[in-house]
Design a protein around this ligand. Structure first.
Ligand SMILES: NC(=O)c1ccc[n+]([C@@H]2O[C@H](COP(=O)([O-])OP(=O)(O)OC[C@H]3O[C@@H](n4cnc5c(N)ncnc54)[C@H](O)[C@@H]3O)[C@@H](O)[C@H]2O)c1
Ligand SMILES: [Zn+2]
Length: 680
């Protein structure tokens, strides 16, 4: 291949990448409906950058690498930014971040540590708000960086964007020097819970769902009718400046402080760091605690603090040289659905599961993702063979977020729920008003196995090390028909089973023996009564104190208990009035199961009615242990802090819950105080 042929091949790939990126830019920035994951997009962009750096002669001014965002929509009216709103270069890993630091030192000709400001990278959309003599006169989106959309009226509906700047400090009453004109820049975003609620509402009205909080913030702000925006719970943080007249700042940090004086919200997690190592520490810390923030962040932004040095470093085509986005590993990836299977759970519910071409998300190999139910599949129009965006967030099971329409070939197959249970061939129905399909066969082995799995699980009877495979083998070999059969198993019966060595048989027998003395709440939870989760089980145990009393409780008596709804009451009373239940319970006792009252402090129930929120790591207890202690003493653990919360137990590296508690004046306990309370 001669030189011109070779560059022809490059040119073709470059052209193709540019077209693809431009198409996705429009979907993302203009339509607020991205089709591919950010990670996939970033790969396209990086490949284009790589090719262009090999062939700088092929770079054109309209290449997406040279530009920001996408052109604004005319229908909003456009605003030309007096100083362009740039994007940020990004570092994918530690090495690239260190390289950023080296580059800065090299450019500045210094070996001294650089002072940085470290900020969370809010996943929203960038806006600029102009104040003249303290009054909000104009607001716009970033657009293509040069011109943005005029969304002044929409921005005015956001309560964290003041209509007028403060003219005196509310506490000291000292007056504030107002700039004649100031263009402040920041991020408009939506809290995670508000995003979920909004999507739920849209689902009811049949509107297309937003893929993530960023798109829902962008879609909500970019409305032609500001009264629609007004109904959306948008917020803003400010972090940058455009043109300004009449004030000066020596550092970025002081500028942020000045923003607050003016009444402009800045992020409370912003930090000053001496040198890049401190930045890395902050990054690790934020990466570990980010899930507890009310809003989504997709990484961090690192900025040189000195405004003088910022100027010296300057900008390149689409980003400043003095700042970089250091992103977190992506939680969404693009892959393909190879097949859709149906799993049958403990309650007989059929769950469709996508079998995926394996992908790595945040260091974990993902090959399955839940599709929830038929409605979800229909709404997202998911078919076998589709290219899809898959998300794995926190401990949540991976799920399919949306399909990539451009990946369609026409060969995709539509999925429909089977009418027969894939496990037992029993009839499948979809009860009125429910989204799930269920197997109606009461003796469905899937239900039984699911039920037994629940029974042995850690927070139920905690029969350690008994796996699903073993349960299946016990059931298939007729050793176990119900949960009480565990207590009649003999080692000799286990030995002939496949993959059951002498040692493993011993382990199983020992684990079963050790589970014979559960607390009442564990036992009730382990029974797997419909609608009785762990928390309800512990409430029932606390209230009745013994199985004998709980057994005979009437539906009315149950309903009268605080927090027990009619559905739960009905389910509990039905369960215990079933003659089969009486037999099963007797069988447990015959097998040697004995319910014990929790010893010591716990039996006193002195924390009944008190609610606790746990945050951070405690030196001496795991989350589960702390929860157990609280519940044994009658208290309950809830997940979020409100005015009604009685105590927040805060360990090392607490999340935003601590700040919230401080704000609301909730009692905060450290480990020692927590222990004192338990023993009080
Ligand atoms: N999935 C898709 O199809 C698709 C398409 C286009 C863009 N994208 C995503 O958008 C990214 C590119 O977008 P971009 O040009 O806006 O760059 P960016 O999001 O990587 O970084 C720049 C932006 O970060 C935001 N930001 C948040 N907190 C900030 C802070 N504290 N200080 C400064 N800025 C802060 C601002 O909006 C700023 O414009 C891509 O990397 C990709 O993740 C995805
Ligand atoms: Zn079945």
């Amino acid at each position: 291949m001669d030189h011109s042929q070779e560059s022809n091949v490059f040119l073709q790939e470059i052209e193709h990448l540019r077209q693809e990126i431009q198409r996705h830019n429009k979907l993302y920035y203009v339509d607020d409906q991205p089709q591919i994951s950010d990670a996939e997009y970033d790969r396209l962009m990086r490949r284009l950058q790589e090719l262009e750096s090999l062939h700088p002669d092929l770079i054109t001014p309209d290449s997406p690498t040279q530009r920001v965002g996408a052109a604004p929509l005319e229908k909003f009216g456009t605003v030309t930014h007096s100083i362009p709103m740039l994007s940020l270069a990004n570092a994918m890993d530690e090495e690239e971040l260190r390289e950023f630091d080296h580059r800065i030192k090299r450019t500045l000709g210094t070996e001294a540590e650089i002072e940085y400001v470290f900020e969370p990278k809010i996943d929203g959309l960038a806006v600029e708000v102009v104040y003249e003599n303290g009054m909000l006169v104009m607001g716009s989106t970033r657009g293509d960086g040069i011109t943005g959309e005029n969304v002044t009226q929409n921005l005015k509906t956001i309560s964290s964007i003041p209509l007028r700047l403060l003219t005196s400090d509310p506490e000291t009453r000292q007056s504030i020097v107002l700039p004649r004109k100031i263009e402040v820049r920041g991020e408009v975003y939506m809290d995670k819970t508000d995003f979920l609620t909004l999507n739920q509402e849209r689902e009811l009205t049949g509107e297309p769902l937003f893929a993530n909080p960023r798109n829902s913030a962008a879609g909500s702000l970019r409305q032609l009718d500001p009264s629609v925006t007004a109904k959306r719970p948008l917020k803003a943080f400010f972090y940058a400046i455009g043109a300004v007249e009449g004030v000066n700042f020596d550092t970025h940090w002081n500028m942020l402080a000045y923003f607050r004086t003016l009444g402009l919200r800045t992020n409370p997690l912003n930090k000053i760091c001496q040198g890049i190592e401190q930045v890395l520490e902050q990054y690790q810390h934020l990466n570990e605690t980010k899930d507890s923030l009310p809003y989504e962040i997709d990484g961090t932004v690192v900025k040189v603090n000195s405004r003088h040095l910022q100027e010296e470093l300057g900008t390149i085509s689409r980003s400043p040289r003095w700042a970089i986005a250091f992103k977190f590993p992506a939680k969404q990836e693009t892959t393909k659905i190879l097949d859709i299977l149906v799993q049958v759970g403990r309650t007989g519910a059929l769950t469709p599961v996508a079998v995926l071409e394996p992908i790595n998300i945040r260091g974990v190999q993902v090959s399955r993702a839940t599709l929830h139910n038929q409605d979800e599949i229909d709404r997202k129009d998911i078919r076998i063979g589709d290219t899809v965006v898959v998300q794995r967030a926190g401990d949540v099971i991976p799920e399919v977020v949306n399909i990539v329409e451009s990946g369609r070939t026409g060969a995709e197959k539509i999925f429909v729920m089977p009418t027969r249970c894939p496990v037992c061939q029993g009839e499948v129905i979809r009860p009125d008003g429910e989204a799930v399909h269920r197997c109606t066969n009461p003796n469905c082995p899937a239900k039984q196995i699911g039920h037994l799995e629940h029974f042995v699980s850690k927070r139920a009877m905690n029969i350690e090390g008994v796996s699903t495979k073993q349960i299946e083998s016990f059931v298939n070999n007729g050793l176990i028909r119900d949960a009480a059969d565990f207590y009649f198993l003999k080692k000799e019966q286990l030995l002939p089973l496949e993959r059951m060595a002498d040692k493993s048989a011993d382990n199983v027998m020992q684990a079963i023996a050790q589970s014979k003395h559960p607390t009442l709440s564990r036992f009730v939870y382990a029974l797997g009564i419909r609608h009785v989760g762990e928390h309800t089980a512990s409430m029932l145990a606390n209230y009745f104190g013994s199985l004998d009393r709980l057994k005979i409780a009437s539906e009315e008596e149950l309903t009268a208990i605080y927090e027990i709804g009619p559905e739960v009451a009905k389910s509990v009373s039905q369960y215990f009035s079933d003659p089969g239940t009486a037999k099963l319970l007797q069988k447990f006792f015959d097998g040697g199961v004995e319910i014990v009252n929790p010893e010591g402090v716990a039996a006193r129930q002195h924390l009944t009615g008190k609610s606790f929120v746990l945050t951070g790591t405690l030196p001496s207890y795991t989350r589960d242990e702390a929860k157990d202690l609280i519940e044994k003493a009658g208290g309950r653990v809830v997940s979020s802090v409100s005015k009604k919360t009685d105590y927040v137990v805060a360990g090392r590296d607490p999340g935003s819950k601590l700040a919230k508690a401080q704000q609301l004046g909730v009692n905060i306990l450290n480990e020692e105080e927590f222990q004192q309370l338990l023993q009080a």
